[in-house]
Design a protein around this ligand. Sequence first.
Ligand SMILES: Nc1ncnc2c1ncn2[C@@H]1O[C@H](COP(=O)(O)OP(=O)(O)OP(=O)(O)O)[C@@H](O)[C@H]1O
Ligand SMILES: [Mg+2]
Length: 359
Amino acid sequence: MTARDIILEAHGLKLHFTTAKPLFGKAKIIRAVDGVDLRIRRGETLAIVGESGCGKSTLARLLVRLFSPTEGSVTYDGQNIANKSEHDMRALRRDLQFIFQDPFSSLNPQMSVGALIEEPLRVHRIGTPAERRTKVAHLLSRVGLSPQIADRYPHEFSGGQRQRIGIARALASGPKVLIGDEPVSALDVSIQAQVVNILEDLKEEFGLTLVIIAHDLAVVRHMADRVAVMYLGEIVELASVDALFNAPRHPYTAALIAAIPVPHIGARVATAKLQGDPPNPIDLPTGCRFYPRCPHATDLCRSERPILTNSDHQVACHFADDLNLAGLSDNATARSPAAAARFDLYREARARKDKEAAT
Ligand SMILES: Nc1ncnc2c1ncn2[C@@H]1O[C@H](COP(=O)(O)OP(=O)(O)OP(=O)(O)O)[C@@H](O)[C@H]1O
Ligand SMILES: [Mg+2]
């Protein structure tokens, strides 16, 4: 792999927040992102997964300089953007776009749909007013909405429609990298499949690199080429989607896969269960951060922090070579009809779309 193949690279990336100072005692440090090295390949779809609070949104915002790091660099197009001013970022904003989780609060209710989608074009002085109107109409139709709706306002639309408006807006400036922070989590399941498929088609059409943050492993398995698993501010495993789901090497990844729900209430596939809550990013355990919840932990895990390997299938676990962890083999999917049903839903939506495109 050459430097040209890497579009965005994070090195030693940290963002520590400081809590408000209490009346007695000292302010505490929250290690939201704590030493991430990541190379995003041009044209890939990379998913970032992990439990709530592990630092996914913070990392995503760092990658497009919506946050500045405490330490480390983010390189885009040969430039370190980590500490660039908003002014210096202006030209690069065209290339690096972000889709927010919440389609209800991320669109200005005072602006018409057309004005919302046109805004990035105006900001970057792209095209004449007539060309911009044509572009808005094209973008609306690409996300499956009628160009006639340009004069209407966001509150007149459903969650799924608003998320499509948000996607059209993110695409207006012709970005190279699109980061979606849980872009479909607020939508109901059948609408999710439509929006996911729209994102995939647009990725082809616009030659995008996609970074998708998602809780839902069905979405991840369907969309991603590679998956990064985060735990308490660190990446603990990163591999191709098939390697990660079929042969996970970190006990935490195995536990996430095993926790894909099955339909009877409370039941889970009976393998490596995730015990307890994730520890607090203020009081981190010494050694491996996962050891308090890991069924395989030893004294070594308590005292030594494992380093993420630098290989095709990256993992940060002292015992990755010794453990034989269960993955989401077809067998496991069969044992988890709910997961199988979700995967089928995406396949069906895709097949329907391909059929429509062919006729
Ligand atoms: N602006 C902030 N100030 C202080 N702490 C913050 C701030 N933003 C995030 N945090 C803390 O940093 C940690 C990581 O938060 P982050 O939002 O990145 O998690 P996440 O993985 O995106 O979670 P979720 O899945 O719930 O969206 C959490 O402990 C969170 O409380
Ligand atoms: Mg988040």
